[in-house]
Write a new protein. Structure first.
Length: 300
């Protein structure tokens, strides 16, 4: 799942045995936290008048299982390329700590159980959205990373799907407001992941990934993209009826969060440095919960 594509964080051992810790690491828990946040926002905004904690819990459990399966299968598929990059060479499969067949079986198990769980405890639409997210991420985005920089555009579609899974979990349907929420997460991913691509450009190139255009040697085009998508994101969040949110308090909160994000995007646009890109990644991770919280709190 897409917001599962690259959050930077420190990992904790949690006191687990090495083998269990490796399987836990396969699921990318730091990415899953963002997925659960966006799914929860989608669920609440989808039908707040009949909010049920049990329904939210079931939606989150199923989504977490499918997201974990997606992350695991992605590492299985990219194990030989992960081994060539400094930032991923110590992953459980790439490093050889876990056998590929074991990772594959674990990923399939998580994905199947998660899809069935959503189907049986939530509704078929939520399950179908989750499985389509998994398939598009693994069969379209993952192979395209070695073919074209447009992979970010296509990968942002499954990356934004958790909002729709949550919405469908609450209402068993989708509407225009669900589309606006989807657009927020879709646009958010461009500054976030393009900044990561700038940070690790040499690493990606070493493994043969085409995350950035070959002509953009100095990163000017990519930094302009990041700024443009950040402005576009700000405009969408203040769009009338965005998640049915409205009113002066909502606009103040969203413009404040947007200004915070824009500040770091602007700094990267003016100064192409690894630190500027890292600061933007961290700012994007902080911005997303702030924006979703504003949509939830000020919803009408």
């Amino acid at each position: 799942m897409a917001s599962a594509r690259g959050v930077i964080s420190k990992k904790s051992n949690l006191g687990l045995s090495p083998r269990i810790r490796d399987y836990y690491e396969l699921t990318k828990p730091e990415v899953n936290l963002l997925i659960l946040i966006t799914t929860s926002a989608g669920y609440y905004l989808g039908n707040p008048s009949s909010f049920h904690f049990s329904g939210l819990a079931n939606t989150l459990i199923g989504t977490l299982l499918v997201a974990s399966g997606t992350a695991t299968l992605n590492q299985f598929m990219e194990r030989s390329y992960d081994a060539q990059m400094r930032r991923t060479s110590n992953r459980p499969v790439a490093s050889g700590r876990l056998a590929p067949r074991n990772a594959c079986a674990f990923g399939v198990l998580l994905s199947v159980v998660g899809g069935l769980y959503l189907w049986l405890t939530v509704n078929p639409l939520a399950a179908a959205l989750a499985i389509s997210t998994l398939l598009s991420y693994l069969l379209i985005y993952t192979p395209l990373k070695r073919v074209t920089p447009l992979c970010t555009l296509l990968g942002s579609i499954p990356g934004a799907m958790p909002t729709l899974i949550g919405w469908a979990g609450a209402s068993a349907s989708l509407n225009r407001q669900a589309g606006v929420l989807f657009a927020v997460l879709f646009l958010w991913q461009f500054p976030h992941f393009l900044a990561i691509a700038l940070m690790y450009r040499e690493d990606y190139e070493r493994a043969g990934y085409k995350m950035l255009p070959a002509f953009d040697v100095e990163g000017r085009f990519t930094r302009a993209e990041i700024l443009a998508f950040t402005v576009g994101l700000m405009l969408v969040t203040v769009f009338p009826g965005a998640g049915k949110a409205a009113g002066v308090p909502y606009l103040v909160a969203m413009l404040g969060a947007g200004a915070f994000f824009l500040y770091y995007s602007g700094k990267l646009a003016l100064a192409s440095s690894r630190n500027a890109a890292r600061h933007l990644v961290h700012a994007s991770v902080a911005y997303l919960p702030m924006a979703l919280l504003a949509m939830v709190v000020f919803r009408r």
